[in-house]
Ligand binder design. Structure first.
Ligand code: CMP
Length: 136
């Protein structure tokens, strides 16, 4: 079994604003994740609310949606062996202060909100999230 998967990655507004797009993309490509699609977009708060609807009961939901729609983001389809797990390893823990050395969030994240990247957490969500940005 090859386990070649696709996952959705987002470079969030804090990282786009600091011109980190190419540095972050390089981390993916140097670690066996190829970038099959990539586009820079600016989504509305309603679109962010739809994308993050799994978190709608969380206390941070409104701020999260405001934040993702606050500036341009880069959405990408990453592909590779065990792409979902590998991408999450490269990103590190959600809160940059808990993230392992050399992970994207440790290197570039500012706070739990401004944590520079998002990545799908399961095969099922990867399919939904790719569909959300690329197949509609
Ligand atoms: P992300 O992987 O994009 O998924 C949801 C986001 O909610 C998460 O990254 C964080 O940036 C943000 N967030 C804000 N507060 C929290 C929290 N307390 N726990 C988890 N995620 C949070």
């Amino acid at each position: 079994m090859s386990n070649i998967e696709q996952t959705l990655s987002i470079i969030k507004p804090d990282a786009v604003e600091r011109n980190l797009i190419e540095d972050i993309k390089k981390i993916f490509t140097e670690n066996n994740l190829s970038i099959k699609e990539s586009k820079k977009i600016h989504i509305s708060k309603d679109e962010a609310a739809d994308f993050y609807k799994v978190h709608q009961s969380k206390p941070f939901y409104n701020d999260l949606c405001l934040y993702l729609s606050s500036g341009p983001i880069v959405v990408m389809i990453l592909e590779g062996k065990n792409a979902i797990k590998e991408n999450r390893k490269l990103m590190g823990a959600t809160d940059p202060k808990d993230a392992e050395n050399n992970t994207i969030r440790k290197l570039y994240g500012i706070s739990i909100d401004k944590n520079s990247v998002h990545g799908s957490d399961s095969l099922e969500n990867a399919k939904k999230e790719i569909e959300f940005f690329f197949k509609s």
